[in-house]
Write a protein of this length. Structure first.
Length: 321
């Protein structure tokens, strides 16, 4: 029961147009360029990437904050956060190539899937170095949280603190028997890729729409996430979701030295209790014992949409702790 319910929740990350993975996709959005004239603020150094682009807001010299959107999402999901933090931080919003209207570039897929999250995380590391950011805080929603964990574990010297919003380090654990490994769930991940990548567009969008509506309780905020999904490259999203299922970051969590907070919501399943949800997250992050785990009640996957006051309160405390 726990595994079935957890699949239903973690598939908030991607549209699964076949029976194997019929829950969800989408998240954030914004700009598709990076360089001396990129974004609302042109004060950052030239940066060129074929994996991502960056929009910069806030005063030069303020503490740096990187916001990473989730699967098929644009940086615009963070606009409320940017407004809330106005003037206090230099905010760098990531736009993954292939998501929410951005051209796929190096994230483009062929007949076989190629990683998206891992190379994007490496590009964020390069961005931090080349922009000379001083241990920025990193906040990632959903798949953005996965990239945040990759970044903090593989480049611990670059990250000042890390917030993961509604994501676990190994989604694949929910697709196999107890003791599942990345290797053992790879065949399932491959089947999910095949279903998502090859589904007729109309079917893909229809099923993703139903899933996304279940990820956002606040009806007035659904359309922006839906548009991000419709504007995303189907194969890039499918490959990224496959990567999430087949990637186990639990052994790497111990390498994270940055103070870490994980915000999460109760599983979207009537059979699940708060206590079971809490236990799953505690087990998932057992290799990072210093992490603060915080459940946000009365919210679906997009916490910043459904419970903005609670989210901003946790974010303020996280940034100043």
């Amino acid at each position: 029961m726990i595994r079935t319910a957890f699949i239903a929740t973690t598939l908030l990350l991607a549209a699964a147009p076949a029976a194997l993975a019929q829950k969800a996709l989408a998240q954030d959005g914004h700009v598709n360029h990076a360089g001396p004239d990129a974004g609302p603020d042109a004060g950052h150094r030239a940066f060129t990437s074929d994996r991502l682009s960056v929009a910069v807001d806030g005063p030069d010299g303020a503490p740096a904050l990187i916001l990473i959107p989730g699967l098929s999402s644009s940086p615009d999901i963070w606009q409320g956060t940017v407004d809330h933090l106005a003037g206090r931080y230099r905010i760098h919003r990531i736009h993954v190539a292939g998501f929410a209207g951005a051209a796929p570039q190096a994230n483009a897929q062929g007949d076989a899937p190629r990683p998206v999250a891992a190379p994007v995380a490496e590009e964020i590391a390069r961005y931090i170095r080349e922009q000379h950011l001083n241990k920025p805080a990193v906040v990632g929603h959903s798949m953005g949280g996965t990239m945040g964990m990759m970044l903090a574990a593989r480049h611990p010297d670059l990250v000042g603190r890390l917030m993961v919003v509604d994501m676990i380090p190994f989604m694949g654990a929910m697709f196999g028997a107890p003791g599942a490994t990345a290797e053992s769930v790879t065949p399932v991940a491959d089947q999910i890729w095949a279903a998502q990548a090859n589904s007729p567009r109309e079917t893909y969008v229809a099923q993703a729409t139903a899933s996304i509506n279940g990820m956002i309780n606040t009806e007035s905020r659904r359309e922006e996430a839906l548009q991000d999904m419709r504007d995303s490259d189907q194969k890039v999203s499918a490959a990224a979701f496959r990567e999430l299922v087949a990637t186990d970051l639990r052994p790497e969590l111990a390498k994270i030295t940055a103070p870490t907070e994980v915000l999460y919501v109760k599983f979207n399943d009537a059979r699940m209790t708060d206590a079971v949800t809490d236990a799953v997250y505690q087990m998932s992050f057992a290799n990072l014992p210093g992490a603060k785990l915080k459940r946000i009640d009365d919210s679906a996957h997009f916490i910043m949409f459904d419970q903005p006051t609670a989210f901003y309160g946790e974010l303020d405390a996280f940034l100043t702790r």
